[in-house]
Ligand binder design. Sequence first.
Ligand code: ADP
Ligand code: MG
Length: 471
Amino acid sequence: MSNVNEQWAQILEKLKREIPSESYNTWVHTLVPSSLENSKLTLLSPFNFTQLMLQKYNDVIAKTISETVGEIVNFEILYDKDIEEQYKKEQRKKEKQADITNKYDGLKQMQSDCNLNTKYQFDNFIVGEYNKLAYGAAYNVAQGNTKFNPLYIYGGSGLGKTHLMQAIGNYVMLKSKKKVKYITLNDFVNDLIENLFKEEKDSFKKNSNKKDSYKDGVDTNKRMTKFRQKYQNVDVLLIDDIQFIEGKDRTKKEFFNVFEALYQAGKQIVITSDRLPEEIEGIEDRLKTRFEWGLMADIGIPDIETRMKILQQLSEKDNIKLKLDVIELLATVYKNNIRELEGAFNKVCAYCACYGEKPTMEIVKRAIGYNEKSKAINGKIILEETAKFFGLKREDICGKSRSAPIAYARKAAIYVIKELTGESLQSIGNLLGGRKHSTISILYDDIKEDIQYDKKLSDEINTIFNIINQI
Ligand code: ADP
Ligand code: MG
C-alpha cells in the first residue's frame, strides 16, 4: 500500500507540470490511489464525473503513470462516497478557518503594527513545573500588575520565551487597548543604525559644507528624537533576545535611555534573554542593576508530561490523531527544545500527507529518521569516548584545567556533542561541569573555524564520529 502511495506522490509531482493548474487542483489533486494490481491503477475521486473531466488528459496521465511505475499501466477513476465525505469535511474545516481569519483581520492589523503574532497566546501555552514562574509572572504583567517591572525571562533556545512575551502583548492589546510594542534587539539595532548611518553621512558633509550641515544636523536630531519617541511612547515595551546587545555600545546607550524613560513613567518593560544579565558580556553595571530591579524568571528544561501535552495540543489543532506511544516516542527524542519538537511533529504531518499514510509508529520513525542508536547516544557517552580517545578522563574535560591537550579535547567534545545530539549550548555547558553558555558558544565557534583548515583536527573528529557510531 505504501508503495502505491509513494508512487502516486511522484506521479502527482509530474502531472502538476503537465496539466493546467485549475484542472490539476480540482480533479487530479483530489484523487486518492486505491490499488495497483494487474497493471491497473485504481484511483478514487470525491466527484462522480472526474473521469469525464479528465478525458482530454487521459494520454498524459497514462504515460506518466507507466513511466513512474516502470511498466505499461492502465488506470481507472471511480467515484467513492467515503472519499467524498472526507473531502467535504476538509472543505468545511478550511471555510471555518477562513471565517475566523476574516473576523479577526481588524485586530490582526493592529497587532501586526505592534509586531505581534496572534498565534502566541496564554491559552495555548502549556504550563509545567519548569516554566511555572515565568508563566505566572507574564500573566500577572499582562493583567496590569506592576510589581514585576522589568520582567526578565531567560532560558535556552526554543523553550517558549518569545511565545510568552508575545502572549503578554496580545493579551494587553485585546483587554486594555494600551499601546504595546514588541521588538527583537536585532531589529532595534537595525532601526538605530538606519538613523545613525545618516548621522555619520551628515557629519562627513559637515566638514565640506557648513550651511548644509546645519540643516542636516537638525534633520538628524529630529530623526533621533522620533526614534526615541517611538519606543518611549508605549505602555508596554517587549524586547526579545537582549543578549545580542553584547559589544554594541551605542545600542546600550540608546536602550538605557529608553529603559529609564519608560521606567520613570511607570511603564512596563519585559525582556527576554538566553542567559542571566551577568552572563551577557560587557553589559554595564547600571543596566544589569536595572534588570535586577524587577523579577528574573527562568525557563528550564521541559518535563516529559509537558512535552507530551504540547504534542497533544498540536495534534488536536491539526486534526491529526497520534497514538500515545507515538507521542511518547517524539517527546522522548526531542527533550530540550520545543521548537524542534514542533518541527518533528510538522515533519510527521508532511510525511503522512504526502504519502497518504496514517502516523503509525513505523511511519513516524521513518519520518523523523529515528534509529535506536540515536536514542542511546547522549552527551555523557560522547564525553566518555572523546576523553578516552585523547588518553584523558571525563573529569579532565569537565574540570577547570586549561592545559593545551585538555582544552583541545574539551573543544572537540563540545563539537561532537553538538553535532550528534543537537543539545543546546547551555545544556552542553551543564554537562561540562557547569560552564556558562557564553563560554561554550565561544569554544564551539572556535572549533568550527579550526576544523576548516586543521586537517589533523578534522581527521580526529571524524574518527570520534566513527567510534560513537559504532557504539
Ligand atoms: P524561544 O523564544 O525561547 O526560543 P519560542 O517562544 O519561539 O522559543 O518557542 C518555540 C516554539 O515552541 C513556538 O512555536 C512556541 O509556540 C512553542 N512553545 C514553546 N513553549 C511552549 C509551551 N509551553 N506551550 C506551547 N507551545 C510552546
Ligand atoms: Mg525567541
